[in-house]
Each structure stands twice: as C-alpha cells, then as structure tokens.
Design a protein around this ligand. Sequence first.
Ligand code: AMP
Ligand code: ZN
Length: 112
Amino acid sequence: MDCLFCKIIDGAIPSSKVYEDDKIYAFKDINPQAPVHVLVIPKVHISSMDEVNEANAESVKHIFVMIPQIAKSLGLENGYRVISNCGDDGCQSVKHLHFHILGGKKLNENMA
Ligand code: AMP
Ligand code: ZN
C-alpha cells in the first residue's frame, strides 16, 4: 500500500521514534508546529477518524491509553493538545489515522 505512515512503521522511511509497542508507533513530526510535536499512529492502516469502527478501535483505544505516558516522557507536565485532522475540511494531508501531540509552550487559544 502506498501509505507514507505505513512505510514509516515498516522502517522503509526513516523517522525519529518516540515510542513503540505492538499496536502503536509515535514519532516526531518532520515540520513541528510547536516546541514538542509528535504524531501517534496505529500500526494497522486506518485511513482517518472516519474509518474507526468497533473492529479496529482497539488500537485507537490503546493510543488514548498511552498518550498520557508519551506526553509525560516528552516533558509535557504543564499540558498539551491532541488533534486528529479528518478529511478535506479538516486539512488531513496523510491518509493514515494520526494524532498530533502538541506542547512545550502555551498554545494558541483559537486552535480548537
Ligand atoms: P495532517 O496534516 O494532520 O495529515 O498531518 C500530517 C503530518 O505529518 C504533518 O504535520 C506533517 O508535517 C507530518 N509529516 C509528513 N511527512 C512526515 C515524515 N516523513 N515524518 C514525520 N512527519 C511527517
Ligand atoms: Zn498506512
């Protein structure tokens, strides 16, 4: 499958790993929008939030269970933001479900 994030999971495209287990992978965003900007993705290919269902939700659940620990490991004790852009209006550019973790400074109040 021609999916950038699947290739990152496979190691075919290099990334800066932050966390990995059997279900999920977390790595630094190549174009950071905040001092800390990490992407968390399921290892199973899910195109977007729109494709989450009962059958594949286990990895999504695990992402949300692990985000607090990943955030702590990144030093985000003062808070952070989690974003998933979906579809054209959401400006999703990579069609593999991902959750942005943003932090390391006081974020813009107007951005969700
Ligand atoms: P979105 O616009 O929500 O689909 O987010 C996609 C994110 O992937 C953007 O923030 C990009 O900077 C990031 N990105 C694209 N290619 C790479 C890459 N090779 N390694 C790390 N992050 C990437
Ligand atoms: Zn994929």
